[in-house]
Design a protein around this ligand. Structure first.
Ligand SMILES: [Fe+2]
Length: 409
């Protein structure tokens, strides 16, 4: 439980806000490259409470700048290109493209270096990027991603299927080196022990599910400061996902799916996701207005939520259901929220450091050091209980050694 004042301080991100100042020290996903087809030279972008336009000059140079906007515009406003007008004399924010996403830097001074994470160093053929709108504050969207226990409930499947690598079925694979579906592990062991370590990029979160027969299921996920997570999706793929504030009450998730094995099938992955979203705003078709297609019959026999097999919809319902900005004056955090507690401490420390101009106290602000950061490791492994640390490391090294691009750490 925290005060309203503190909740406002850690959630609100507009210009001249405390958490906004922290976000402005980092590159932010602004748009997908898919949104800037060759005939498009102006794209509205709403980011960190600012109304902006992404511009492509004739020589191909990109920039992001303030645009003329009315105060009552929808957060996902999309007019014709000829109606988009940059504000004269406004600052130009730098923009760079990385594997399907345009990143922008809205802060002062020299932008920080990009870390050498897998999603950035993998070749374009091995990364697919997509985004989706969630109608809530960015922090609650991030916090579900650093809560390893939630999958045992929110994404609980009452029956196990033959594992297949289908859209939205992140947990429908077998647990490493066993014939036990991950769905069964999550369902039968819903209270993981959670270990949280601070790292040079944010947090490493280890969820341990101690099972029968001296076996432990180990799931390693990461928080990348300030708004991203990096988690395993399947044996060959990881997900790096930013929860980017549009304004205080809306956010986009931007995800880079990175493969350590075969090139990704971008057409198929795009097609699967476009079926669930409407353009141009990438709003999910299942949403609050249609009760997320909730089906009580399905809830009795198939899923915990009754909202289909797509885990993205479960997460969306859970975070939007808390309201536009979660009321943390009424929450009760417990042991399972260890990573959330630790993250908020990091954010508060960062807020203080930025206010004091001590930027080197924030993660990944040192140019040379940041460019050297690799990984992060994220995986699901099954291990003998006493030797889970070595098993988790070995699991990642095996796929990194066999990887067709340089994934060494
Ligand atoms: Fe989830």
């Amino acid at each position: 439980m925290i005060s309203q004042k503190l909740n406002d301080q850690i959630t609100r991100i507009g210009p001249n806000t405390d958490a906004g100042a922290v976000h402005r020290r980092y590159w932010q996903p602004a748009a997908l490259t898919d949104e800037m087809a060759p005939e498009i030279t102006k794209l509205p972008v709403n980011l960190l409470g600012e109304r902006l336009v992404l511009l492509r000059a004739q020589d191909g140079t990109l920039s992001l700048t303030a645009r003329v906007a009315s105060p009552d515009e929808a957060p996902t406003f999309h007019p014709a290109q000829e109606d988009l007008h940059p504000v004269e004399g406004a600052a130009n924010y730098p923009v760079v493209e990385k594997n399907g996403i345009y990143f922008a830097y809205l802060g002062d001074g020299t932008p920080p270096a990009f870390p050498n994470f897998d999603c950035f160093r993998a070749p374009d053929s091995h990364v697919f990027a997509f985004k989706g709108l969630w109608e809530c504050n960015w922090l609650q969207a991030l916090e579900i991603g650093i809560d390893p226990g939630h999958a045992s409930f929110l994404h609980r499947f009452l029956e196990d299927e033959d594992p297949e690598d289908g859209y939205g079925k992140q947990f429908r694979d077998n647990a490493a080196d066993t014939n036990m579906p991950v769905t069964q592990v999550l369902r039968e062991y819903p209270r993981p022990d959670i270990e949280v370590e601070e790292t040079e990029f944010g947090l490493k979160i280890t969820a341990l599910r101690h099972m029968k027969g001296e076996l432990t299921h180990v799931r390693v996920t990461n928080q990348i400061f300030p708004s991203a997570i990096c988690i395993p999706m399947s044996r060959e793929m990881i997900i790096t996902q930013w929860h980017v504030p549009v304004d205080d009450e809306n956010c986009y998730w931007f995800t880079m799916f990175t493969s350590f094995d075969q090139p990704v099938n971008k057409e198929l992955m795009r097609e699967q996701r476009l079926k669930e979203h409407s353009l141009p705003d990438y709003a999910p078709l299942k949403n609050k207005s249609n009760d997320y297609h909730y089906n009580p019959e399905e809830q009795k026999t198939q899923t915990y939520t009754g909202m289909g097999l797509d885990i993205n919809v479960h997460d969306q319902w859970a975070v939007e259901g808390m309201g536009a900005i979660q009321d943390r004056t009424r929450e009760h955090l417990g042991r399972g929220d260890a990573a959330i507690v630790r993250y908020r401490l990091m954010l508060r420390k960062a807020i203080k450091a930025v206010a004091a101009g001590q930027f080197d106290r924030l993660p990944m602000q040192d140019q040379d050091g940041t460019a050297q950061i690799v990984g992060p490791l994220s995986n699901d492994a099954m291990a003998d209980s006493e030797d889970w640390q070595a098993a988790s490391w070995q699991y990642d090294m095996t796929r990194r050694t066999a990887c067709p691009w340089d994934a060494s750490v």
